[in-house]
Design a protein around this ligand. Structure first.
Ligand SMILES: N[C@H](CCC[C@H](N)C(=O)O)C(=O)O
Length: 285
């Protein structure tokens, strides 16, 4: 295994959603909220949307742990899954890899032209699965709006869990609300006991969605892989799109398919290696 030395880190991104990757397969690392925040800080740290830590796994090629830049650990990260899978392809000299995460067991494969395909598992739509703080029999549209009750700016979002919680508003205009302002309030809405990733989704065609995302614990990012998976499943569920579509994010496109045969979501997209470095003393783990 040609992993990283304990103090080394690798900077990577998926469509501009960027990560600091630490390799704890040879030496356990203890990540506190403060340390995760400090590493992710773009002024005094390395700077990233999420911190990714690799650990040994008995069931997969690697265990991948994820901390949002606010410092709290979360279950899933689609863009990082592609990045880590690509690292594993090179290490193993193979075209397949498996990753164990809090949000599920992922199987990954090379998809040609520098692309990686990740099986993100099946979406869950039950109100307890999202989770929501009160029961909704129908989660295709829940009662949540922003703006005046008689003329809401956005309303009736769909909710879905794809390893992590997502709330998706269907809009015709992605600028109908300033997501930088509305995002925090919606992320922390009392309906979401574990908070939520918030998306504005514009359906352009039966095979194309354009997306802007306010990420739980990270804010506006250039791309969110799990949001792309969530929005495709939610759109197909209410027949806004086919079960396969291109999802365009500010950082670029992902191809997402909600496979009929096993209900799994497949996400295909690129990986970017930025650089490697050594953690400075004040960030020593
Ligand atoms: N903000 C997400 C984690 C990162 C997801 C995103 N970066 C992706 O590519 O899926 C959450 O708190 O659930």
């Amino acid at each position: 295994m040609n992993g990283l030395a304990p103090m080394d880190f690798r900077k990577m991104n998926g469509l501009g959603n960027d990560f600091v990757v630490l390799d704890a397969r040879l030496r356990p690392l203890s990540i506190s909220t403060e340390l995760a925040r400090a590493i992710a800080d773009r002024t005094s740290g390395i700077g990233c949307d999420q911190l990714i830590v690799l650990e040994p796994s008995r069931t997969a090629d690697v265990r991948m742990r994820i901390w949002n830049n606010e410092g709290f650990e979360v279950e899933s990260c689609g863009n990082a899954s592609r990045c880590i899978a690509d690292m594993l392809f090179a290490e193993k000299r193979q075209t397949v890899a498996t990753i164990d995460t809090l949000g599920g067991y992922l199987t990954c494969e090379k998809a040609g032209d520098g692309l990686v395909r990740v099986d993100m598992g099946a979406p869950r739509f039950g109100w307890q699965d999202i989770p929501l703080s009160e029961p909704f029999a129908d989660t295709r549209h829940i009662e949540l709006q922003l703006g005046p009750i008689d003329a809401p700016l956005i309303h009736s979002p769909s909710v879905v869990n794809v390893g992590n919680p997502h709330c998706i508003f269907w809009v015709k205009d992605l600028a109908v609300v300033d997501l930088a302002k509305a995002g925090p309030m919606l992320e922390h809405h009392p309906l979401f006991p574990e908070r939520a990733n918030i998306s504005l989704a514009r359906v352009d065609a039966k095979d194309h969605i354009t997306l802007k995302v306010w990420e739980r614990g990270a804010g506006l990012t250039r791309a969110c892989g799990t949001a792309a998976c969530a929005v495709l499943a939610a759109a197909a569920r209410i027949k806004l799109t086919h079960r396969k579509a291109t999802v365009t994010l500010p950082g670029g496109d992902l191809l997402v398919e909600w496979r009929e045969a096993d209900d799994h979501i497949l996400m295909t997209g690129p990986v970017t290696y930025e650089y490697e470095g050594v953690l400075p003393a004040h960030l020593a783990v």
